[in-house]
Design a protein around this ligand. Structure first.
Ligand code: HEM
Length: 297
């Protein structure tokens, strides 16, 4: 819990894997895995019943108020709201008391962004290409606007920070002198195929994939719960209720026979036929299976 508050969970889990291998018990009721067998069992095996863990209630939206503009941008860019949400998750009563005290002292208990989304979902005229417009079209008569607001908030959190962070890291990497050859090859591919669909450019694909491998926008564990009756994960039997997870940061590095020199940015690795299946099985930036990313394509 301390590591979560301190923003060190991913790093700490990774070091435990480096030290002890692909299966590590990280808490009395929690095991972290770093193998394709585990990914398959936990995330993709049809109907295996590994539900998302309670951790995901952190992303439930709206029991909140407030507003403004530059502040909202700062909040989106530099906020420590996940830490705050951890606190609410682990100490819900204490968090409520502290929020009350904060509001009595005239301080905002919660974010500007949720407030903006709520107000927009309730009142604003929106253009037809927006998600909100589509949701309104299909909303049953008299239904609560909060359902549409919550959906918009989910897309905002899930789709914007991730894409923005991923591109930001990749642009930084490409701007380094060491990446000059990558820039040149990328430029040549784009120039030679200016009419082609971006989906049909293998080097571009390799660059983006390598960016997502080395700088996964969500690098940490995606926790799931072992269903009642227990399950075997990567050869280990675990009782129902145990929290299990894999994290991209470790899956993308630990097995150096699949990802040699894992800390190096090498898009070319994705172009080699040999080992392609193994690399793709360990590529976990979008998670995997039915609860993986819907914005992947
Ligand atoms: C580089 C960009 C992105 C990355 C790295 C990313 C990553 C992820 C990951 C890792 C998960 C699953 C977490 C888990 O298994 O627990 C996820 C879920 C999700 N993503 Fe993305 N995502 C990206 C872009 C997007 C975009 C553009 C959208 C919206 C259009 C989106 C919408 C969602 C939604 C709604 C879920 C939840 C799915 C569910 O709970 O079943 N993502 N994303």
């Amino acid at each position: 819990m301390y590591r979560e508050f301190a923003g060190k969970r991913r790093e700490w889990t990774h070091h435990l894997h480096l030290r002890y291998g692909p299966i590590v018990r990280i808490a009395p009721n929690e095991v972290s895995f770093a193998s394709r067998e585990a990914v398959k069992e936990i995330y993709t095996s049809g109907g295996s019943g590994f539900d998302k863990a309670r951790f995901y209630t952190l992303f439930e939206n709206f029991d909140l108020p407030d507003a403004e503009d530059l502040k909202m941008m700062k909040e989106l860019s530099y906020s420590s709201s996940l830490r705050k949400q951890y606190f609410q998750h682990y100490y819900p009563r204490l968090a409520k008391v502290l929020d009350k005290i904060a509001s009595l002292r005239g301080r905002r208990a919660v974010g500007l962004t949720p407030r903006y989304v709520l107000d927009t979902a309730r009142d604003a005229a929106v253009s037809p290409h927006t998600v909100l417009h589509k949701l309104r079209t299909y909303e049953p008569e008299g239904s609560d606007y909060k359902a549409a607001a919550s959906e918009c908030m989910d897309h905002l959190v899930a789709g914007i920070d991730t894409t923005g962070d991923g591109l930001c890291f990749l642009m930084h990497q490409l701007s380094l002198p060491a990446s000059q050859h990558v820039q040149e090859r990328l430029h040549a591919e784009l120039a030679a195929n200016s009419a082609a669909s971006l989906d049909d450019l293998p080097y571009l694909d390799a660059v983006v994939k390598e960016g997502l491998r080395i700088f996964s926008p969500i690098p940490m564990s995606f926790p799931r719960v072992v269903p009642a009756g227990g399950k075997v994960v990567d050869g280990v039997w675990l009782p129902g209720g145990t929290i299990v997870s894999c994290q991209p940061h470790t899956l993308h590095r630990l097995d150096e026979s699949v990802f040699p020199l894992p800390e190096e940015f090498r898009p070319e690795r994705w172009l080699q036929e040999e080992g392609a299946a193994e690399r793709n099985q360990l590529f976990f930036a979008f998670s995997a299976g039915g609860r993986g990313c819907i914005g992947k394509k």
